[in-house]
Design a protein around this ligand. Sequence first.
Ligand code: ZN
Length: 209
Amino acid sequence: MLLSGGIDSTTALHLTKRKQGVRALTFEYAGIARRELAAAQAIALRAGVFEHRIVRLPDLREAADIPGFTPSGLPPTYIPLKNSIFYAFAASYAEETGATCIVGGHNRDDAKVFADASPEFFGALQRSLWSGSPILRRNRLKIARPLSRLTKPAVIRLAASLGVPFELTWSCHRDTEEHCWRCDGCLSRTRCFKEAGIVDPLAAQSREN
Ligand SMILES: [Zn+2]
């Protein structure tokens, strides 16, 4: 289970967590918000995962942090070939632990922006992993994306029905103690909760303070 600390991956974890032996994998790339990592740890602990491994990738950066790299049509949070790298690590972890499924929390909107979140990419990746690993082929390793048909507001409605602890999740792109409610991540969170018709406990809390 790839766990970032955001709402999508937390929802995918809650869909999966009743299965036995669920392990979570979080990537600590350069510039990741400290609070996002802390959120992933708190969510994994609350969900009772069998193991939560944090992979450190200090040389992997977002486009905004790479001088002179401004790919057109992609947000500043884009990480070059992110899913190829993350899922290769996840497959290595699956080979090591005998896992038969890798779960990612990509929603329908992600595939519209990122080519490496598309069904074609994941189909080709699964075939590639099977051809590169007799163990994964024997275990019939699957890449599951249970939210791939849902928009973000639909994910939020599903999350609410599953009892996802929204208060533990982190959506802000800034490395601050509280959500700033001004960056793209925060603005998207506010808009999607509003569209879903669900009250965000974190936003409510920050209005009270
Ligand atoms: Zn923010």
